[in-house]
Structures are given as structure tokens and as C-alpha cells.
Design a binder for this molecule. Sequence first.
Ligand code: ADP
Length: 700
Amino acid sequence: MNFTAGIKGFITLVIDPVSGKIADANEAALKFYGYNYEEITSLIISDINTLSPEEISVELKKVLTSDKNLFYFQHKIKSGEIKHVEVNITPLQIEGKEYLYSIVHDITEAVKTESLNKMLKHSLDIYTDGIYWMNSDNRFVYVNEAGGRMFGCKPEELLGRHLSEVNPSITPESLANLWQKLRTDGYYTTETIHRRIDGSEFFVEIRSVYVKHDGKEYNNGYARDISERKIIIQELTYAKEIAEESARKLRLSEEKLRVKLDFILSPQIEIPDFHLTDLIDLKQLQNIQDAFTLATGVASLITDVDGNPITETGNFSGVCRLIRETEKGREKCIMSDKNIGSKAAATRKPVIEKCQSCGFIDSGAPIFIGDKFIAIWLIGQVDVGGVTRELIENYSDEIGADKTKMVKEFKKIKTISIGQFKNIVNLLWLFAQELSSVAYNNLLLAKKIEEQKEYEKNLIAAKNKAEESDRLKSAFLHNMSHEIRTPMNAIMGFSELLAENYDDKGKLVKYTDIINQCSKDLLLIIDDILNIAKIESGLLKLSYESVNLTELFEELNIFYSEEKFRQNKPNVALRINMERDKEPVLIKTDQVRLKQIFLNLIGNALKFTDNGFVEAGFKDKNDGRFLFYVSDTGIGIPQNMHKAIFERFVQVDHENSKFYGGNGLGLSIVKGFVNLLGGDIWVESEEGRGSTFYFTINVV
Ligand code: ADP
């Protein structure tokens, strides 16, 4: 059969609707599908159409019932590639038999472009983080601008790159796991490390979803840079480790004591003035000292650098107690302790000395933090064989102690060999170094915590600031839309009424007036918004020129005389305070902005004053600045609103007073202009007695 011969250019297939067999195909079709004529005519349509045979037969029936003849299918060509096709099918009678005559258009490229655009738009609309689409080969097929920035390059530079190029920790296993999760759960989240184009690395949080599109699988998601969050967590973990380590050290196990500690001689941190108990809990210190006393049987006490006790003495001997009860004896004891302390501090090692009071053997080990000597651990009150009963009796006489009691207590004194005492001193030294180390670590920890607190404080402040500005922005938008909607609604409402009352001249005039007034209001509001936007964005460019103040004030005077008349305020006098006969006053400033400031201030003054005067004037401060003022005898402003009225949308709620209108933006704009001109603005006012607005500007 060769029905299609002669129709060149279009891909044409003839299909038997009953069997689905491809009965004929033209040259273009053979070229497109990649089969030769024999091959293609041995196929049935479901061999090339990706729909199931049932679905195909449902579709083709529509042709025969004339429901539809234009179809969009996906056709698989010989190479296995899927092509998007638009197929125009018409029924055709050939030799009494019904066939389907199909003209096929390849629209693959168009579909691809269109669907990719849809994908991009979807991503960009939803996310603000780095967005990516990755194909099932784990190569980027799309990255948004933010994603490019994150990796320090243009998004295009990432296209085609394999995930492992940006994620150094990716393995074939982790990729398999990723896809398994995507396929079964539909999503995948993780925290991992990514590598920028320049090789530097950063932490990211990944959230991916599984997307099947056009028969292909995609990993679509976003990557968020969480380096900062990670660093905070790392620092906290580090601080926690130090805290745990310190607690462990404080337990001072026997095994630990045998380990010679590296004494910290030159720490890098600055050491402030503090007491040992600022860094080590006093109770723990006492426990350590008591454990030592119990193990060795010698008297023990920790004092500060001036000899003041920090802990309570353990195993204090009766002899020493009696000696210290006398004034002379106590003096000698303290002197002796101090001597040991200063020698130990100077040598940075424990010293063994004969007590200057009664001749027993004492020792002291220094406790340092860095190279700062902060305490001394004293032990002793033992006899190594040099003290006799006679010596004790003589010493009792010398200091005025009770001799009998002294001798009795002397008998209880612990006698050990000097070798044994030295062993005890070695142990003491280990304890003292351990305490030094714990105190130092605690100091580091305290510093770390302090820094962390500071950091958190700043973080919270920044967050609050961002939230506040966000809040202000939405409040601004909310207020603005309200301000705009009010005159707009009136305009729309009255325009409708206008049409309805076309024949009523009186109403026509009234409504037109209202519409006019509302349009003016609307224009003013839009002007205000534009001014605020310009001030905020810093786009307002000042243009300095020579301004003749005398002329400016005369102009204002004329304008407001008319305004006064228009507002029907015969009882308000307009005054300009300048010496007319003097030379014209010339300054260099932005004339337009200065005029806008005055128009606002004088406008307000007139609005809020029914009797008395409105006065504007200036003073040359002779320091490169000018002081201007606008004064009125109007309703005044309560003290607590003097600052607030310069904020946007703030209006004083004047009780029992008429409605003055306005939108509360004028003064905030005036303040913006004054600040731009290098000056300040403030108000002095008393309720019921009038207000004076002062402002300065820098003149060149
Ligand atoms: P608006 O006048 O459009 O309400 P402004 O920002 O110019 O907005 O002024 C804010 C508020 O400050 C006014 O609503 C009014 O309550 C008060 N105010 C400003 N100027 C005067 C004045 N001269 N006398 C009394 N109140 C004033």
C-alpha cells in the first residue's frame, strides 16, 4: 500500500483503526521515526505512542465520532527518544475500508522551552533561596540567581555540573539514598556542606522534592546558607565541651592526680582582677581541700594573696590554735604564712619552710591563672623531729599562751619524716596545678559565654530591628491604602451619582465639586507618598542655588493671604518677620524644599488657628546656620505629642474640636527635608495657646 506518496514534507501515517496497525508512512515519517518502510508498517500505533493501547483506542474513537481531530501525543522514535507531537487525524475511506490519516508535527522543542519556562517561574515565584532543578543524572538543569550567588558565580556556570562538584561529601551510596527517598517519600531534606566555585565551603540546608515531568525525574529544591547558624551551634557545643571537661576535672580522680599536668604558663587571654571563688565554686574547693586533708592528715588552708582565708582550715592543730589565740602568736603565724606565699609566688613552685612561729614544718603551693598569682594552698603544722617540749614551753612564755594546754596539744602533733612530708607536698602541687587549670578553663568558658551572650544580644537586636522595620512597612502600606481608598471611593461613588442625576443641575454641580476636591486630596496624598519614598530611598537630590529670602517670604505672604481668604479666616493676621528696609537676604540652599517646608508649616498653622496670628520669620545664627520659625495662636499641641507629631500618620486627637482633615504625613516629610538640608526641627507649644515650629538649615 502506498497511500501517502506525493505528500512530501509533512510526516504522515495511515493507521488501521481496528487493529491499530500502521498501514502506511511517507518518507518524512520514515526519517522522523528512524524506521525503514518495512519496519514501520510492521508496527502498531501503541508501539510508538506512549499511551496504553486502551487509551489510544479511546482517543482514536473520537476521530471516528467526529468529536476531535487534533491531538497532542508523545511518540517514541526508533532510537528510544520521546518526541512531543501534534497530530491532525482525519478518517479516510480507502477501497471501502476506513483508515485514519494522521499528519504529525514535531513540537518537541516548543514544548521543552515552554515547560522549562513554567518550571523556572514556579521556582522563582515561590522561593527566595538558592533554587535548583537537577535531572536524574544529578546534574543541574536550572539554578536561580540566588543559587548562583551562593556559589559565587553566574547561574549558567553551574548548569550541567554534577552534584558531586558542589558537594564534596557526595558518594554513589548517598546519591542512591537521595533518589530512593525522593521516589518513596516525595521529598528529601538534609544539612550538608557545599563548595563554592572558588573552593571555599559553607553549610547548607537542602529541601528537595521529587518532580516527574514529561516522563523525566527531577530533584527540585532549595538550598539555604546556614553557615552562621552552624557556627553558633559549633561554638555552643564547644562551650558545652569545656564546661563538661571542667566538671570532670573537678572530680579529681586518683588516677588523674598521678598525671602531671602541663601548667599553663603563658595563656593568650587577658586576665581581669578576680578571686579564686569567682571561678571555682567555694563548696567544691572546700571538698577538694577536705579530701586532701583526710588523705594526708596534715593541716590545710587556702588563702588569697594577702593571707586572708578562702576555705575553712582542715585538721588545724591544737598548738597552732592556742598560739593564734594570743596577739603576738597570731602576728607571727600570719607573717610566716605570708612569707611562704610570696616565696611560692616568686618561684611559681611549692616551698617548704620552717614555721616562724613555733618551728613546725609548713608548705605552700601557689595557684595561678595564667601568670597571675591568685591564691595559695598552705599545709603543715607537722613535726619532722625538730620541735621539743622545752621549745614549746619557752615559746608559750614568749607569746603569753597557756603552757600546760600547749604541752598537752603538742603531744597530739603529727610527727612524720621529712621524706614523707615531701611526698605530701608533691601531691599538694598536683592539686594546686589542677585547680589552676580548672580555674583557667572556667575563665575561658566564662569569656566564651560572655561573648556568646553579646552575640545573641546583637542577634536579637538585629532581628527586632528587622521585624520593626517590617512592621512599620506594612503599617505604612496599610495606612496608605486606606488614605488612597477614601478619596477614591468618594470619586467613584459620586461619579456614579453624577450619571444617575444627569438632569439635576444642582446635584451635578455639588457632585462635581466633591469629585474635584477628592481628586485634589488624592493628588496631595500621592505627592506625599512620592516625597516620603524619595526621602527614604535617598533618591532626593538637592539642588543648591542662591535664594532671596525676602522674595521667598513675600511670595509666601501672597499665597497665604489668598488661602486665608479661601478658608474664611478674617480673624487671623498673617505676619512676616523680616526687616524690609534692609538689604535682601541671600542664602544658598534648595529653594524648592525650603518652600515646601514653609508651605506645610504655614498651612498647618493656618489650619489650626481661628483667631490671632500666624507669623513666619528667621534669624541668621552667624554660624553657617539659619533658624526659621512659624508661629501661631491656634489650638496648640499637648506636651506628650511634641515629638510624636513628626512621625508618619500621627495626628493629635484634639478633643471636642472640629475635624481638621489631613493625613498626618506633612510633618514627617518636613522633618525629612529639614534633615536633608542639614538641620533639625522641633516644636514649642501649649494647648490652647498656640505653637511655634522652629527649624534650622545649613547654608553654604
Ligand atoms: P496633617 O496636618 O495632615 O494631619 P501633619 O503631619 O502636618 O499632618 O501634622 C500632624 C499633626 O500635628 C496634625 O494632625 C495636628 O494634630 C498636629 N499639628 C501640626 N501642626 C499644628 C499646629 N500648627 N497647631 C496644632 N496642631 C498641629
